[in-house]
Design a protein. Sequence first.
Length: 304
Amino acid sequence: MTQGDVDRFVQQRVAPALQENIVTFPIDFRLAAQKKKQLNTSSLVETTWEDNTARKAVSADGYGMVAYILHAIGLKGTSWLTSSLLAYAEVNPPHIGKSATSQSKVGLYADRPGEVRGEIRLVRTWFALGQEHKGEAVPSRDILSSGKMLAKSCELFKSLDLVSYRVNSLLKFVDPQFHANLTLLREAMERKHAVSKCMNAVDPLLYEGREILYNRISGLHFDTQDPKLAYAALLTAGQFQGGYVSIPLLKLRIRLEPGDMIFIRGRVLEHSIEEWEGGQRISVPHFTHTSMWRSCGLGHLVDF
Ligand SMILES: [Fe+2]
């Protein structure tokens, strides 16, 4: 199956629901991005999206803010993804707050018998703050801790290709402009950094990074390293119910269960993950960092 096959499937099966169910929120996104105090949210009412309908939230000034996609990868795909990510955790054990960035994050990991907790950072190329490679674009340490880990991580990337195609396709329908810009960034990274070209060969995902979060309860936070006009793509797996994403500025809660996805402009919209019921929760945020756009001279494409 190719990216084109997945694009056609998404266009027929997912895109119509997203195009029909657009909800406009009385929020000025540009003001929100500038953190202006005059932002008026008094006319907003508390809303929960949990009725099995895909939706897109748009601001009063015309910016897409959040897109909610149910069953983004289907039941079989979710079950396969859950087993794959649990198997990968056995080979590359998740850690808790190994880096300075992790430790500054708000939240905690649910510690339950028989379940995995912690995080694994799978970034093909980034500028690792506070590490020995500071200033140089490198793959994340969780990929490179040993030769075996590099091999196992590349195997995982390759096996995730259908999921990555799906994320790419969904992004294309959520925000065609950002999708086009992210494609430009991937090409620019390949030209500038040989290591990007090398790692991209086994991973079709447009985003340069993803984290695998096992049983993470994320506190209220902004995605501070992402550009203002970027969407983070949150995909979930596991066996649980609930686990709502809360977005206080929009007074919006969205149910995010295994196989569902949310695209969110997380640099501007503060968000958190509520506790869930049932078993293991695995969340996979896909992201892109401002530093990479700037290094490739493309920062203006994702900022005001
Ligand atoms: Fe986030």
